[in-house]
Write a protein that binds this ligand. Sequence first.
Ligand SMILES: Nc1ncnc2c1ncn2[C@@H]1O[C@H](COP(=O)(O)OP(=O)(O)OP(=O)(O)O)[C@@H](O)[C@H]1O
Length: 314
Amino acid sequence: MSEAKNIAVRVEGIRKSYGEKRALKGISFEVNSGELFGLIGADGAGKSTLFRILTTLLLPDEGAASVAGVDVVKDFWRLRSKIGYMPGKFSLYQDLSVEENLEFFASVFGTTVQANYELIKDIYQQIEPFKTRRAGALSGGMKQKLALSCALIHKPNVLFLDEPTTGVDAVSRKEFWQMLKKLKENGITILVSTPYMDEASLCERVALIQNGTLLGIDSPEHITNQFERPLFAVKAENMPRLISVLRALPNAHTVYAFGEYLHYTDKRQADCSKELREFLQKKGFQKVEVLPIKPSIEDTFMDLMEKKGAGDNG
Ligand SMILES: Nc1ncnc2c1ncn2[C@@H]1O[C@H](COP(=O)(O)OP(=O)(O)OP(=O)(O)O)[C@@H](O)[C@H]1O
């Protein structure tokens, strides 16, 4: 039973379909108590479905899950006071003011704003000057802070944040992650889903999800260590031609656009940057750059997806 103390979330073989659509195809993982855990995947990967199951709003077809040691199906009622949930679409009452929203969420859980104010203080103080403003009239960043305050006001053990930074500007995104780090210091376990790969590096461990399947779970550092080949960032004038020339190379393994560069891997394991540069110059490309680089989470994700895709029949 000492295990239950250290594991905040346990997911075992969860499957969920919507009609013919298999949204989750047998997902298993564990999150440790006090961990900041990221669920990273593109739109439609199954992140919201998993969060809805773990927050007792949706029943799985198969499998089992517990949060804070409580079964999400058998004991859903008891679980609700132990979890906080910030859904992807804002859950606030648009016609209620900032303070009315907060008081409402506190009362639903039989508590008061004063009782747990300490936990939300740092976040709520930033929107307190607007406490009489209707939630519907707040900016995206302010709505996000209010939604987070509302999800925390009953002092949950485990907090689920479904794409909290989608549609939020870069500054607010950064501030948001700083707030999460502070919350973690209070001992709250945090599961956060995001389609932004760069946010993965801010989590202690991440699970990569694609088409209802987990591609990998590890620390961001260990995930990128799984990348098995030398990786090169390649740039030149005439990028559309560059991509087709590189893809036609017999030794090309992968070539894809990545910001202003192409990311290239070769079938051979050796550093081929010099050879590649000379080849492109001979082909008439101007301003050729070929730089050996460290793979990011996104590179690793694409690589795992490709490997999985080869053996996946949906
Ligand atoms: N109520 C529903 N009815 C039918 N299909 C659904 C329903 N909800 C989700 N799906 C489908 O299940 C798959 C997983 O959806 P889910 O919302 O869990 O993904 P997601 O990773 O959260 O992405 P998004 O950010 O787009 O919500 C998608 O193909 C989606 O279209």
